[in-house]
Write a protein that binds this ligand. Structure first.
Ligand code: G3H
Ligand code: 13P
Ligand code: ZN
Length: 337
């Protein structure tokens, strides 16, 4: 049963210079799409649940769906990860549920909105590391606040990650991975103008500088959905009303991976794929009422996006490169550090 610590998946990605997509999961169809896609292209898997997903699914339902993935796909390395934990308590809950990785998002206070200062971020993140590492569990932290640089949505450059703070943060907290703010934001509304490859969409200079200062650190890009224009068009064609909007293009993500990003978080693109499929189906089959008839194609639409991400981020083909580590193995690794 290769539930693996996320640290191993990222260490292996770093050795070969590829990125691994992190997909958020809320229900069975998403989990199946992630696993079916991974099996087809032979990719390691990072499956993540947010606080909202745990609430939506009453926790146990989602945990058991994730367990079913581990049981059904015994050969694929799978990390179960808590996304954006906002307190020590929620991280502990995820650890008790059996996750192999947690994110303590100490960039924000417990309301998930108000920025937290550096020292308080260090303190709360270290508290989670001190609980997680003795159990072999990976910890992701976050420094800086997400948000576009010049799109009027984000907070501008001043809230981006300051590379000069990173080394101190990593040394003091001992995190395994770090979410960096480089101008991405969550959700479908990232950029109002079509991204131009000749202009600086994201602050790649920050990624490059952090990689120079901390070459062993695994950087994480949140808010990395690409917002495929064909899905927006399909949603709008069949009754949706999504205004013009653009995501992070795959070329920008690939640039980040080249510069040292190892985990790339994607959620919104899967939501768009489901909505686009269901809207089309409903419009074209008004006489139908069996949810399986539209959930099945929506699962397939998610799988297509998922496979493309595995391939484009470079993790496809790497599932069987290494022997999966257990949490016990990882405990020893931390003990000997
Ligand atoms: O980072 C946020 C993820 O997209 C999760 O979103 O809190 O609506 O589940 P959620
Ligand atoms: P998107 O909203 O761009 O999919 O980002 C997801 C994310 O960062 C989850 O942590
Ligand atoms: Zn995120």
């Amino acid at each position: 049963m290769p539930l693996v610590p996320m640290r191993q998946i990222l260490d292996e990605a770093a050795k070969k210079g590829y990125g691994v997509p992190h997909f958020n999961v809320n229900n069975m169809e998403q989990a199946q799409a992630i696993m079916r896609g991974a099996e087809e292209v032979k990719s390691p898997v990072i499956m993540a649940a947010s606080k909202g997903a745990l609430k939506y699914s009453d926790m146990l339902f989602l945990r058991n769906i994730m367990n079913a993935c581990i049981e059904k796909y015994p050969k694929l390395p799978i990390a179960l990860h808590l996304d954006h934990g906002t307190s020590v308590d929620i991280c502990q809950t995820a650890i008790h549920l059996g996750f192999s990785s947690v994110m303590m998002d100490g960039s924000l206070q417990e309301d998930g909105k108000t920025p937290r200062d550096f020292d308080s971020n260090v303190k709360i993140t270290r508290e989670v590391v001190d609980i997680a590492h003795p159990l072999g569990i990976t910890v992701e932290g976050e420094l800086g606040c997400l948000g576009g640089i010049e799109d009027g949505i984000g907070s501008g450059r001043e809230k981006l990650t300051d590379p000069d703070n990173v080394k101190e943060f990593v040394e003091k907290t001992k995190v395994d991975a770090l979410a960096v703010a480089i101008g991405t934001s969550h959700g479908a509304y990232k950029f109002k103008i079509k991204p131009d490859p000749d202009k600086n969409l994201l602050a790649m200079d920050i990624i490059r500088r952090i990689h120079e200062l901390c070459p062993d650190l695994h950087m994480v890009m949140h808010g990395s959905s690409s917002v495929p224009q064909e899905l927006i068009a399909q949603i709008n064609k069949y009754g949706g009303a999504i205004p013009e909007t653009y995501g992070v293009p795959l070329w920008a993500i690939q640039e980040g991976i080249k510069a040292g990003v190892r985990k790339v978080n994607v959620d919104t693109d899967l939501r768009l794929a489901v909505t686009a499929t269901i809207r089309k189906y409903m419009k074209e089959h008004p006489e139908q009422f069996d949810p399986r008839n539209y959930l099945e194609p929506s699962r397939e639409a998610m799988k297509q996006i998922i496979m493309e991400r595995y391939i484009k981020f470079g993790s496809a083909g790497h599932a069987f490169d290494y022997k999966p580590m257990t949490l016990e193995d990882m405990k020893k690794f931390y003990e000997n550090k």
